[in-house]
Ligand binder design. Structure first.
Ligand code: DX5
Ligand code: ZN
Length: 217
């Protein structure tokens, strides 16, 4: 199956955001992955709502917004209004995850749940039919450019089994340390969407790198 590719704007040149977004528009990317970090849920701060709006002003690809923040419920509407088509909240940051997912859907967005490397996929069993996309973290969230955690492959297989067993339509997104080296193996394990930040933006020809990722089997 052909992967859906979601380049992470976190690795872009923020002083030329318009140019970077236009580069993504001209590529075969399927989404723009937007990483929101609050310095509390993760030990880093990225950017927030005004920058997300600025990306939307030029983006011709849907924005997949990954909220690495505490109390995400307080900001769902703001990110939806800023143009998010997919909103992913962290399992570890949600006390009432089912309610949060319903809120995202009522706002008209697709509902995603991100899980940290230490969180078992089985914890999603009772909400899997309510989730449009699971974002499996293959690094500890907070920074781009980290090393891929190998244990992710078995989590993908287990999550895929869970989705099939429950007759769900949930997509599996892999976030962190994705490169052309591991992309095929991730797809073979059952991934649907590949996020790639530094591998795309640090390459000499990002448009070509996105095409390479898109053509893995
Ligand atoms: C990590 C972020 C990722 C990150 C991926 O906290 O959620 O989306 O931007 O960056 P790379 O592809 O460089 O690991
Ligand atoms: Zn992310």
């Amino acid at each position: 199956m052909t992967p859906l590719i979601a380049p992470s704007i976190l690795a872009a040149d923020f002083s030329n955001l318009q140019r970077e977004v236009e580069m993504l528009n001209s590529s075969v990317a399927d989404y723009i992955h937007v990483d929101i970090m609050d310095g509390v849920f993760v030990p880093n701060i990225s950017f927030g709502i005004p920058v997300t709006e600025a990306i939307r002003r030029f983006a011709k690809k849907p924005m997949d917004v990954h909220l690495m923040i505490v109390n995400p419920d307080n900001y769902l509407e703001a990110f939806r209004n800023a143009g998010a088509e997919v909103i992913s909240v962290h399992y570890e940051a949600c006390t009432h995850l089912h309610r949060t997912l319903q809120t995202i859907k009522h706002l008209g967005a697709k509902a995603g749940v991100a899980i940290n490397p230490h969180t078992p996929v089985e914890l999603l069993t009772d909400v899997i039919n309510d989730i449009d996309m699971v974002c499996l973290m293959s690094v500890n969230p907070g920074f781009g450019g980290q090393k891929f955690i190998e244990h992710t492959y078995s989590k993908i297989s287990r999550l895929k089994d869970l989705i099939l067993a429950r007759g769900a339509k949930t997509k599996i997104e892999i976030d962190g340390g994705v490169t052309i080296e591991n992309a095929s193996k991730l797809m073979a394990a059952g991934a649907d969407v590949l996020v790639a930040g530094s591998f795309v933006f640090n390459s000499p020809d990002p448009v070509r790198t996105i095409s390479q990722l898109k053509s893995v089997e």
